[in-house]
Design a binder for this molecule. Structure first.
Ligand SMILES: Nc1ncnc2c1ncn2[C@@H]1O[C@H](COP(=O)(O)OP(=O)(O)OP(=O)(O)O)[C@@H](O)[C@H]1O
Length: 235
């Protein structure tokens, strides 16, 4: 388990919005792609206050499940709810505080690290000063203060991954869905990122992390395992 002190050392506490976390639930989800059942009657609870791991082999359906839970991809069966209310499309889910860190980061390569973090904050209606403060704290927490003015296309894969996590944390999400957030990171940075995700959960958010990494899965409070579209709760 990642300790709270590891998180406190990150200096990110002040970022967390006082908004309480939401309980995100997928029930009986079915997704078919290319004639194949990628999610087969999948049910999952992403509970506020917990860091939950989603494990499983490559191609098991982890990314698909995260996208469906985020309202970013449709399911042909089942439902996704946040605190009992249906999660609509991505716009509605985003307004409700559901933040997705997709595999591949989805950063804008021609903007700086700082701009990538600030744009969604400004779009959410925060003042410029508040956005800047949150952005600086988030980038500092992932160890990228000095690189904040670098274009994303000039950053390494691991640095880009950290920018994507900083962008998500700065938003103060109620629900954070992170797809392989540590895949390109070295040991120490990996620990920092997992500590930040755990800290977000301690602050009340529901956090789901898809991961191939057994160490990352061990740090989580709960674990679901997907294999060939079928889900099992491990703990
Ligand atoms: N657009 C698509 N059309 C057809 N099949 C798809 C499509 N997107 C994904 N798939 C298939 O769905 C299955 C699940 O993919 P998904 O990316 O969700 O798995 P994953 O568990 O996240 O894998 P990884 O760990 O390698 O990222 C895979 O077999 C993949 O080939």
């Amino acid at each position: 388990m990642v300790t709270d002190s590891a998180y406190a050392d990150s200096g990110l506490e002040a970022l967390h919005s006082p908004r309480s976390g939401g309980w995100l639930a997928g029930a009986g989800l079915v997704v078919e792609l290319g004639g194949r059942r990628v999610l087969d009657d999948v049910s999952i609870d992403v509970e506020p206050g917990l860091l939950t791991a989603l494990t499983g082999p490559s191609g098991a359906g982890k990314s698909t499940l995260l996208w469906v839970l985020a309202g970013a991809a449709p399911a042909s069966g089942g439902s996704v709810t946040l605190d009992g209310a249906a999660v609509g499309d991505r716009t509605v889910a985003a307004r409700a505080g559901v933040v997705l860190v997709p595999q591949g980061n989805a950063l804008v390569a021609a903007l700086t690290a700082q701009e990538n973090v600030l744009v969604p904050l400004a779009a959410s209606g925060l003042s410029a000063a508040e956005s800047r403060a949150r952005g600086e704290s988030a980038l500092a927490a992932v160890g990228l203060s000095e690189a904040r003015t670098h274009l994303v296309e000039e950053l390494s894969g691991g640095q880009q991954q950290r920018v994507a996590v900083a962008r998500a944390l700065a938003a103060g999400p109620r629900v954070l869905l992170a797809d392989e957030p540590t895949s390109d990171l070295d040991g120490t940075t990996r620990e920092t990122i997992v500590a930040l995700l755990a800290g977000q959960a301690r602050a009340g958010a529901a956090v789901l992390m898809a991961t191939h990494d057994p160490w990352c899965a061990e740090q989580a409070d709960a674990e679901f395992h997907l294999d060939e579209g079928r889900i099992t709760r491990i703990r």
